[in-house]
Design a protein around this ligand. Structure first.
Ligand code: AMP
Length: 143
């Protein structure tokens, strides 16, 4: 199963922000959209970074509530690991596991084309395992 297959069901919308926005603005956006990370992009759609709820908690842990006024660019991760439509779900799980993060932007022709979260990946992996198990049960019953 590939990334494209998940996006075909999930959709390609990605919530983005700009580097000059504040952590407070992003925290509000994460809360209203019920998501855990936001991609930082320029107006052309090029990815500049990613900021997750963990970055916001870390900033507040270090600097207190004052950090909510800081610019996104101060706390985002600039070296973003991404995936593409043709990558396998297994490979995306490995990337998330190795990098210890739960979000993976999907790039299409150098531009943002979607995002996968650990929740999306686990959901499809469970469906795939259920499918494999029922195929195995049918095989055993008919053998
Ligand atoms: P998360 O587990 O996604 O909440 O992110 C944990 C940490 O990894 C945070 O510092 C994020 O900025 C960073 N991060 C999240 N996703 C990625 C990614 N795809 N590439 C690089 N860093 C990431």
């Amino acid at each position: 199963m590939t990334v494209a297959r998940i996006l075909a069901v999930k959709g390609t919308e990605v919530v983005t922000t700009q580097p000059h926005r504040t952590l407070k603005e992003v925290a509000e956006l994460l809360a209203t959209r019920d998501i855990g990370a936001i991609v930082v992009a320029d107006i052309q759609g090029s990815v500049l970074g990613i900021l997750s709820e963990r970055d916001i908690v870390r900033a507040i842990g270090h600097r207190g509530a004052e950090a909510l006024g800081d610019a996104v660019s101060t706390h985002m991760t600039s070296k973003v690991v991404t995936t593409t439509d043709d990558e396998s779900i297994h490979a995306t799980m490995e990337k998330m596991n190795l990098g210890r993060f739960r979000h993976l932007p999907v790039m299409r022709n150098g531009k943002l084309g979607g995002i996968l979260s650990i929740g999306d990946v686990v959901k499809y992996r469970l469906a795939e395992m259920e499918h494999e198990h029922s195929a195995m049960r049918e095989y055993i019953a008919s053998a």
